[in-house]
Structure formats: C-alpha cells, structure tokens
Design a protein around this ligand. Structure first.
Ligand SMILES: CC(C)(COP(=O)(O)OP(=O)(O)OC[C@H]1O[C@@H](n2cnc3c(N)ncnc32)[C@H](O)[C@@H]1OP(=O)(O)O)[C@@H](O)C(=O)NCCC(=O)NCCS
Length: 175
C-alpha cells in the first residue's frame, strides 16, 4: 500500500472488476488511449480474478481516495528491465467526476517513487497523445520531460495525432 495525502495505491481485488470494466468502456476516459477491442462484461468479470499477479515486469495498482476509500482508477508500471533500469508508465482515473482534483498527479508521483525506491529503476517513460493536455500537464508537474514524438500514430476525432514520448529519470521526481 502506497499512501499519499489524497490517494493510496493498492492491489486490485476481484470485486473491482465492475468498475474497471466501466472505465474501459467509457469513451471519454479512453479517447486518448490505445484502441482495444470490446469485451463482454461477463467474460471480463469472470477472468478478472485470474489476472497475472503483480511482478517486477508488470505492476498494476488501483488508485483509491483516502477520503471515502473509493476506487477511482489505476496505474501500471510495465516492461521493467533490471538490465536497463527502465519501465513504462500508464495511468488513468476512470471516475470522471474525480478529474481535476489532484488525484492523477499524486498517483503518478506515488508510482514513480515506488519505481525508483523499491524497484531501483533509473528511468520511467510514457507515451501521451499530443492533445491530451490534462495528462501532459500532470506529467510535467511531476517532472517528466518531452523526448520526442511519433508522428501520426493515433487517429482520433477524424484526424491523426502524434504520440509524445516523455521520460523521468531517477532524481528528477518533483514533489
Ligand atoms: C490525465 C488524467 C490521469 C489526469 O488526472 P487528474 O486527476 O484529472 O489530474 P490532476 O487533477 O492531478 O491534474 C490535472 C491537471 O491538468 C490540468 N488540466 C485539465 N484539463 C486541462 C486542459 N484541457 N488543458 C490544460 N490543462 C488541463 C488541470 O488544471 C490540472 O493542472 P493544475 O493542477 O496545474 O491545475 C485523467 O484526466 C485521466 O485519467 N484521463 C483519461 C485517461 C488518460 O488520458 N490517461 C493518460 C494516458 S497518457
């Protein structure tokens, strides 16, 4: 359990399946995320308890508010390699009424701190769509810097978008 001032990060439980399913199928939440094919609720919930356990290679943690103990989203650190000390970060706050309250920023900070301190990572990177202004703002606040972009990678709202590569090195985490 990783606890901040606003949220804690905790392992997901089988009982979180319904909320997770709802977020995955919310077009507002997923508008800047990679496309995934729809899954039926029944199959998603049935398979939820069999998800892989957290490991060095892939850690998925739920984001829960301290006030109310409400699960509102999740963070993922994946692809960690001891040889390079690198890993990739994903985050989403699936409960839209919780956007803009600082939860995403704190959850990002907590998982990065965990990556650097507990996993001994040296570098955390992520990809973000060029128009995902809220996410870019969060990443910059935490200390991520832009490294480059992959042009015309994501088609949304009738046109192509670049995906921006951002990274945070050990020692650069802000706050
Ligand atoms: C991106 C996301 C994680 C941010 O979480 P959050 O809890 O709303 O983030 P916070 O409240 O900590 O911070 C949001 C910041 O973005 C700013 N922001 C929000 N909308 C904005 C916009 N359209 N343009 C510029 N800044 C914006 C807020 O003002 C705030 O910055 P501030 O603290 O300086 O005022 C959340 O919106 C989300 O999960 N979106 C859907 C999934 C997603 O896109 N994930 C990222 C994939 S790379």
């Amino acid at each position: 359990m990783l606890t901040g001032d606003l949220v804690r990060l905790r392992p997901l439980e089988p009982s979180d399946a319904e909320a997770h399913y709802r977020w995955n199928h919310d077009p507002d939440v997923g508008q800047w995320l990679a496309h995934s094919y729809p899954v039926s609720r029944e199959v998603f919930v049935a398979e939820y308890a069999d998800r892989a356990k957290n490991s060095y290679e892939r850690t998925v943690l739920g984001v829960e508010t301290l006030a109310g103990n409400r699960l509102i989203g999740l963070v993922v650190l994946s692809g960690a390699e001891p040889e390079t000390g690198g890993a990739e970060l994903d985050i989403y706050i699936g409960e839209k009424d919780c956007w803009g309250k600082g939860y995403g920023t704190e959850a990002t900070r907590l998982i990065c701190r965990y990556g650097f301190d507990a996993m001994r990572l040296h570098r955390i990177e992520l990809w973000v769509a060029d128009e995902n202004a809220a996410a870019i703002r969060v990443y910059r606040k935490v200390g991520f810097v832009e490294e480059g972009r992959a042009r015309d990678t994501l088609r949304r709202h009738g046109r192509w978008h670049d995906m921006i590569l951002m990274s945070l090195l050990e020692g650069e985490l802000k706050g």
